[in-house]
Ligand binder design. Sequence first.
Ligand SMILES: Cc1cc2nc3c(=O)[nH]c(=O)nc-3n(C[C@H](O)[C@H](O)[C@H](O)COP(=O)(O)O)c2cc1C
Length: 400
Amino acid sequence: MSMTARRRLHDIYQLSDFEKAVRRYLPKAVYEYVRNGAGAELSLRRNRAIFQRYLWRPYRLRDVSSLNTRITLFGEDYAQPFGLAPTGGAAMTRFDADRIEAAAAHRHNLFYALSANSLTPLEEIIRINPRAWFAAYLPSDLAVIDGMIDRVQKAGYPVLLITCDVPVGAQRIAETRAGYSMPIRPKWRSTIGALRHPGWTFGTLGRTILRDRNPRIVNIRPQGGPGLFSNEIAAVGGAPDFTWDHIRHIRARWNGKLILKGILRPEDAEEAAKIGVDGIVVSDHGGRLLDSSVAPLEVLPEIRKAARNMSVVIDGGFRCGGDVLKAMALGADAVMLGRPFLQACALAGGAGLDKAVSILGTELRRDLALIGLAELASLDVSLLKDLGSTGFAGRAEENI
Ligand SMILES: Cc1cc2nc3c(=O)[nH]c(=O)nc-3n(C[C@H](O)[C@H](O)[C@H](O)COP(=O)(O)O)c2cc1C
């Protein structure tokens, strides 16, 4: 580990520490792009507050000397029930972040999804991590969809994840106010921010431009994608006329596992199961899209029921091992985390990710033992006292 990484990581004890620590090293525009949520950030805060609704009812005097945290997901074995959520724009937070995240996930035997909103060709990422998933943002044009499916299939991805919750772009005020924009357009606030963070300006942005000349969102279309400074970049995201018909079409063409991300209603889970989708991610996109939507955790049990044989992954606000275990007790097969891993990578690259994985894994094992279980498979709803949808002390004012 480099001296810089060691120094930056020395005071990190829990995942929420990464957000505080990385603030010093990123220009405000980039820091806020990662941290912020949509609108008044009610959903961002609720995603955290909702964990207070469920309290543990632990068993005593059970043998927990040998713990097993492995899971099987989409036919693959993983070391932990948590993985890395797709996060677009990762390369804005650290030079080569796409490659660093893919490699860390592979090293730790965790599942990982590459966002289509990325600068590294998907064909290179799958060489670094042969089990990577590809998280697509697709338009409604069938020729483009087919071209994209063929490209991802040819590259050898076993899992295609479709992000379904972005029919239109979101409004996130903190990042906009701080000067974050795509395409990149230097504004006085973001320029001052960049000048105050020469480490980021030269080490991340400068190095990326030096290497790629005109960095492009290369995985958004079959033939590549727009440059970071081009107006065409506005098309990165979903499409307002992308519907269930497109999912049926994709299911017929894509041979691998298919996952829909962004499900928050049981009816949508039922529809996905009918179409032959293999899994869903119960998600509100980390509170980044529709403010005041339900928190994924509170709708998990009804969606689990509706999902039949599909695998159910969840994300949004997971920040410690106990959070992951609560979701599994409520019926999730696995959990994804977005911001904590991205911030860990931004702070200290691969060493940051190693630390994040170690913290989360250690917490998970400790809490599993303290609950009185040796196996994740023994988690069930009887272990939780549910304070009810209105009964928990939602300290929504604080970002807990
Ligand atoms: C900076 C950032 C970029 C994201 N980009 C994408 C994306 O390209 N595709 C996608 O499906 N979700 C994206 N997400 C959402 C994450 O996959 C995930 O749903 C969310 O971060 C989970 O919440 P958490 O950050 O509280 O863990 C992004 C999230 C962040 C923070």
